[in-house]
Design a protein around this ligand. Structure first.
Ligand code: PLP
Length: 435
């Protein structure tokens, strides 16, 4: 039987071990980042125990005097960061932000267009038969946006042909993706979709921090009506979601978020988002610029070390991501586990080639890397070339895992602090005890 004292102690032991592991690892998961101590402080505040359903000033509960002030600041910062007229900072995750868009702008049974998962789509845009949120929670019929796998992007001409042939036109199109190397053709396709009255959303879950820093693309200026995002991938955390748009869609979005898909909206996360947005407003340009430089440097270096890097014809990447085809060395699962044993943390990924090869998400052919977290640790192009060498030693040269693990720890030793933050001398993975 599980004992209360024993499990209580064990939980804290495991948390500390996790922190030690992160301190000695190279974190390359594209959907992750490391928050500052400032964001963490907001997260452990009493806000995390309170209720504040509704909009600041129109709450369903008393006790929101200070919560309302913080949320108003959070909204103002987000408006500035994304140059948007309206922001809803309440969605508790990127999936909930997308579900709010489905709720606000479609009815169950409507047709939505999005990328399929092997082409970069996210499960929240998925069909019912795959358990996707769009299909199984909101009853949308999902039609795939045609994809050009050499360009690693949405195929504009094929999309136009497909929509023209469709008997029932799409009510909603979701741009954006989980595997996203290049800016998508929003500008090219927005007038076409608008001619059918299709609502255009850009899911910036992955690239929101790059957009905030003025890199990548600017969907709201290119014709997107609304933009959803996660707040912790290229943004500085904490985990959460957000929606930005013009004033015109404000009321529909507010109603969809509350009472639609959230009741209380995790107020400590909201406070953390406010802090992270202030950091983004101050340091976002410099950070986004270095993220993209690092991704390009890592992609080029991996290519030079002998790896198959996707997007070659377009210069590999314009985002924080690098995607490898690792089928030559087994599959994404085996390579992910091998890297993990050397403390290099990545995730396997379905890639376009996997469809014909009938590979599944458990054993796909791809590996996705992201450089947002190592950039926040202060790494630059030189370290990207070192990381690529570690990949070669481990995967191609099949060098002993222990010796690569030691090199990983050596590389990490010089990069333990948080950068692009107001208090820049803080240990990134310090275990903070307040018991
Ligand atoms: C990660 C991701 C989401 C979901 O975000 P969560 O914050 O994990 O709920 C939605 N859309 C895309 C494209 C993503 O990559």
């Amino acid at each position: 039987m599980i004992s209360p004292e024993g499990s209580y102690e064990r939980i804290f032991e495991l948390l500390k071990e996790h922190h030690d592991w992160m301190r000695n690892s190279i974190p390359l998961i594209a959907s992750e980042n490391v928050p500052s101590h400032a964001v963490k402080e907001a997260m452990v505040s009493d806000f995390g125990s309170r209720y504040a359903e509704g909009w600041p000033g129109e709450r369903v509960y008393a006790g929101c005097r200070y919560i309302d002030e913080v949320e108003k600041i959070c909204i103002e910062l987000a408006k500035e960061v994304f140059r948007a007229e309206f922001v809803d900072v309440r969605p508790v995750s990127g999936v909930v932000a997308n579900l709010s868009i489905y709720t606000a702008f479609t009815e169950p049974g409507d047709v939505m267009m999005a990328l399929s998962i092997p082409n970069g789509g996210h499960i929240s845009m998925g069909r019912k038969k795959f358990g996707g949120t769009a299909g199984s929670v909101h009853g949308l019929k999902v039609e795939y946006l045609p994809f050009d796998k050499d360009e690693m992007n949405i195929d504009v001409d094929e999309t136009i042909k497909k929509v023209e042939r469709m008997e029932v036109k799409p009510k909603l199109v979701m741009f954006g993706a989980s595997m996203i190397l290049f800016p998508q053709p929003v500008k090219e396709l927005a007038p076409f979709f608008k001619s059918y009255g299709t609502h255009i959303n850009y899911d910036a879950a992955h690239v929101a921090g790059l957009i905030a820093g003025g890199k990548f693309q600017d969907p709201l200026r290119e014709g997107a009506d609304t933009m959803t995002m996660s707040t912790h991938k290229t943004l500085f955390g904490p985990q959460g979601g957000m929606i930005v748009s013009s004033e015109k869609y404000a009321e529909s979005i507010k109603k969809a978020v509350f009472p639609g898909v959230t009741s209380n909206h995790h107020l400590h996360h909201m406070a953390g988002k406010a802090v992270a947005l202030a950091e983004m407003l101050k340091f976002g340009k410099e950070y986004a610029d270095q993220v993209v430089r690092n991704a390009k440097a890592l992609a080029e270096a991996l290519y030079n070390e002998g790896f198959k890097v996707l997007g070659e014809s377009k210069g590999f990447t314009e985002s924080h991501q690098v995607v490898l085809d690792v089928t030559k060395y087994g599959d994404g699962f085996e390579v992910e586990k091998l890297l993990e044993s050397a403390n290099i943390i990545t995730n396997r990924e379905l890639i376009p080639e996997d469809v014909e090869a009938k590979r599944s998400y458990m054993r796909p052919g791809g590996l996705r890397l992201g450089v947002s977290e190592v950039t926040r640790l202060g790494m630059k192009e030189d370290q990207m070339r070192e990381i690529a060498k570690l990949f070669r030693r481990l995967i191609i040269d099949k060098e002993d895992v222990g010796s690569v693990r030691r090199s990983v720890a050596e590389l990490r030793a010089g990069f333990q602090k948080i950068h692009y933050a107001f208090e820049a001398d803080k240990e990134a993975y310090e275990y903070i005890r307040i018991r």
